[in-house]
Design a protein around this ligand. Structure first.
Ligand code: G4P
Length: 193
């Protein structure tokens, strides 16, 4: 998505540990117009799928999910994060290890809110090693629901998350793909839309 790529090149900042800061327009400050435009691109890309829910994990994914859900006229749903391992059995749960954050946590969603009838579009801001989205995939499948696709704002293509998801046959649409960081410069690859 050209508009997003341009914004990353103008306002994204590279931090140690191969982290891209996009807090001016995605992670903290949110450019709602840009995000609405992203939602329209995913709406068109996943046009042939029947989607009943748009799902993400708190926190940064929520704004993305809300705008996509509005575009598709379906509810948005986010998994909450918990430090504890054991949660009450009225929730679908999955355990996630984040390499980026160096910690493990549980994600969960109320069983009332996700049923085997649901056809889910997963969305998130970043895809790195993909542990967060893989946790979400496990959680949705444990609920018996169907995953129709995965929408990612920024995929770090030099990390393994994208390959793992695509190797499972999931339809992943990344709007920007980072091929590499070179001397604090972002090198973009080819995006999916
Ligand atoms: P991982 O398996 O390597 O940990 O990667 P994953 O794709 O699961 O991402 C883990 C977390 O790290 C996510 O946030 C993701 O947004 C964030 N992240 C990964 N790479 C970058 C980056 O280059 N820049 C920024 N800004 N964030 C990055 P999270 O745990 O879901 O937390 P939250 O920020 O949504 O609260």
């Amino acid at each position: 998505m050209k508009e997003l790529e341009q914004r990353i090149m103008e306002d994204g900042r590279v931090r140690p540990g191969e982290i891209l800061l996009v807090d001016g327009f995605i992670n903290q400050g949110i450019d709602v117009t840009l995000m609405s435009n992203m939602a329209k691109v995913w709406r068109d890309y996943f046009n042939d799928k029947t989607i009943t829910k748009v799902m993400t994990i708190e926190a940064s994914g929520i704004a993305v999910a809300v705008l996509v859900a509005q575009e598709l006229n379906v509810p948005a749903l986010f998994a909450k994060k918990y430090e504890t391992v054991n949660l009450t059995d009225d929730r679908h749960c999955a355990r996630v290890y984040s390499y980026t954050r160096g910690r493990e946590y549980t994600i969960a969603v109320s069983k009332r809110l996700l049923s085997p009838d649901d056809h889910v579009l997963l969305v998130d801001d970043f895809l790195a090693n993909g542990c967060a989205i893989q946790g979400l995939v496990k959680l949705v499948r444990s609920a018996g629901a169907t995953i129709e696709g995965v929408g990612i704002v920024i995929e770090k293509a030099f990390q393994k998350g994208g390959k793992i998801l695509r190797d499972q046959g999931l339809d992943v649409c990344s709007l920007a793909r980072i091929a590499a960081f070179e001397d604090d410069r972002v090198i973009l690859g080819e995006a999916d839309a």
